[in-house]
Design a protein around this ligand. Structure first.
Ligand code: G4P
Ligand code: NA
Ligand code: NA
Length: 194
């Protein structure tokens, strides 16, 4: 997605050889008009797949997921990282290990919102090591629903998440894939055919 690459180049800040800050439009401040076009891009890619639900993980996945849900006209469920006052019973839960934070956390959704006849699209803002995506896949498996694919706004192609998921035969569609952040320079992987 050309406009996303431009956005990353102009508004992203390379913090190290492995981390890029995109707080200006994705992880803190949100650009709603731009994010609507991100949602439309996901909808175009997954049109005709019979998606009935979108699943993401709080917090930064919610914006692209809701925008995709708006375009595909399906409900969006965000898995929670903490049990809340109202979300504690009848849950599907999975452990997610974060290499970045070196800790495990549990993600959960209510059993009320994903069912065995659902066809689910997973959306997330950033794909790094893939642990969040694997956790969401586990929730979908617990529900007995079908996973159609994973839509990612920014894939860090130099980390292993994309490989882990694709090796499992899962369709992973990333709108922008960063090949390298070395020397404070963002290099993108060539876009495949959509
Ligand atoms: P993984 O799920 O792919 O294994 O990711 P990892 O544990 O490595 O990442 C943990 C958190 O750090 C995730 O956000 C992820 O989106 C974020 N992250 C990883 N690499 C980058 C990066 O280069 N830039 C930015 N901006 N974020 C990165 P989270 O903890 O789920 O937080 P939230 O933003 O959703 O609240
Ligand atoms: Na994040
Ligand atoms: Na995220």
């Amino acid at each position: 997605m050309e406009s996303l690459q431009q956005k990353i180049l102009t508004e992203g800040k390379v913090l190290s050889d492995s981390v890029i800050k995109v707080d200006a439009f994705l992880n803190h401040q949100v650009d709603p008009v731009f994010m609507q076009s991100v949602g439309e891009a996901f909808a175009t890619r997954f049109a005709g797949a019979g998606i009935t639900k979108i699943l993401t993980l709080e917090s930064s996945g919610i914006t692209p997921a809701v925008m995709a849900g708006l375009s595909l006209n399906v409900p969006v469920i965000f898995a929670r990282k903490r049990k809340s006052l109202t979300l504690h019973d009848n849950l599907y839960s999975a452990d997610v290990y974060s290499y970045t934070k070196n800790e495990s956390s549990q993600i959960s959704i209510s059993q009320d919102y994903i069912h065995h006849d659902d066809v689910v699209l997973v959306i997330d803002d950033i794909l790094a090591n893939g642990q969040a995506a694997l956790g969401m896949i586990e929730l979908i498996e617990q529900a007995g629903a079908a996973l159609e694919g994973i839509g990612i706004v920014i894939e860090k192609g130099f980390q292993e998440g994309g490989n882990i998921l694709r090796k499992r035969g899962i369709r992973v569609d990333s709108l922008a894939t960063i090949a390298s952040l070395e020397n404070s320079q963002v290099t993108f992987q060539e876009e495949g055919p959509i």
